[in-house]
Design a protein around this ligand. Structure first.
Ligand code: PEP
Ligand code: MG
Length: 324
């Protein structure tokens, strides 16, 4: 099977009935970038900018960040690179910026931190814009959005960054802006969010954690953490449907997208792209190349009638074994 998979890697991620499912990659370090990878993907669906921040000894400056970002943008150009603004807090701490809280996952995380420290976000946005000059493949993604005005505030800072750079003689193109759907509140604000954002990206890891009220890193409740919980799948399905109605591109960049069964479900639900860690690409591509869009849609319908994570898992397992 390994041999088959390796040979399949250069073939399109297309179902037997001709539906193309764009596959993207999640990155964080320079090591994640290779030329052979570039030929096999439709772009970077999630560049976690906090990763280089986590291995630094202090906040990287604008020039230093611009160099890192330029590397990503150039390596994958002309493919799009979705750069997420700093998503620290929760389980991701910077040694030089400790955040100590009783409930870190419900606390100061993602855009909450960077809007409270606009000087940090400004440096980052300026670095991204600078790095994208002449390339035009930058897209910016906002993590942990809960309220619509957080998007407004971030957009104001983006406009300010473009204006400032312009005054300094750097003409920066305005990137597409995406909102991460990972806090359950966003499920009920899609209309307002779609007026502000160009695309959506579902963070299924956090959406699962918050919908199920299960800390994604707590071993004691690890058995309860399951992206195949019927409530999570129903939420995901609704997100795909609503985004379709709003005509907003929507992708998934959480772990569910990198699981073959999960990827088939997401394809059947109507997601526009799936972004995953590079090692997950071969198995997901193989699954997509073996299952028609019709069959994936039927799988979604069957699955959405099931009431427990266990029933969902065993149904997916038996269908997938039939399709091997
Ligand atoms: C997610 O929450 O699904 C996600 C992709 O972001 P992270 O895992 O970095 O929180
Ligand atoms: Mg997340």
């Amino acid at each position: 099977l390994t041999e088959v998979l390796e040979h399949e890697q250069d073939l399109p991620s297309e179902t037997p009935d001709g539906h193309v499912m764009p596959l993207m990659v999640n990155t964080g370090l320079a090591i994640d970038m290779t030329v052979s990878l570039k030929k096999r993907i439709s772009g970077v669906g999630l560049y976690r900018t906090e990763v280089p921040f986590m291995i630094a000894e202090r906040f990287p400056g604008e020039q230093e960040q611009a160099r890192l970002y330029r590397d990503q943008l150039e390596t994958f150009s002309p493919l799009p690179v979705v750069m997420r603004t700093l998503d620290i807090g929760g389980d991701k701490d910077l040694p030089y910026f400790p955040i100590e809280e009783a409930n870190p996952f419900l606390g100061w995380r993602g855009i909450r931190v960077t809007l409270d420290h606009p000087e940090v976000l400004m440096v980052q946005l300026r670095a991204m814009l600078r790095a994208s000059c002449g390339l035009g493949n930058l897209q910016v993604l906002l993590p942990m959005v809960t309220n619509v005005d957080e998007v407004d505030d971030a957009l104001k800072l983006l406009d300010r960054a473009i204006r400032e750079l312009g005054e300094e003689g750097v003409t920066a193109q305005r990137p597409l802006i995406g909102v991460m759907l990972e806090v359950p509140a966003t499920l009920y604000q899609l209309d307002a969010l779609s007026e502000r954002a160009d695309f959506f990206s579902v963070g299924s890891n956090d959406l699962t954690q918050y919908l199920l009220a299960v800390d994604r890193n707590n071993p004691r409740v690890a058995g309860l953490y399951d992206a195949c919980h019927p409530a999570v799948l129903s939420a995901m399905s609704r997100l795909a449907e609503e985004s379709g109605r709003l005509k907003k591109p929507i992708s998934v960049c959480g772990e569910l997208a990198g699981d073959p069964a999960g990827a088939l479900l997401l394809m059947g639900m109507g997601f526009d792209a799936l972004s995953m860690n590079a090692p997950s690409l071969p198995r997901v591509r193989a699954a997509i190349r073996r299952v028609s869009l019709n069959a994936a849609q039927a799988l979604v319908q069957e699955t959405l009638t099931l009431n427990t994570p266990g029933a969902v898992r065993s149904h997916l397992f038996s269908r997938l074994s039939e399709w091997q």
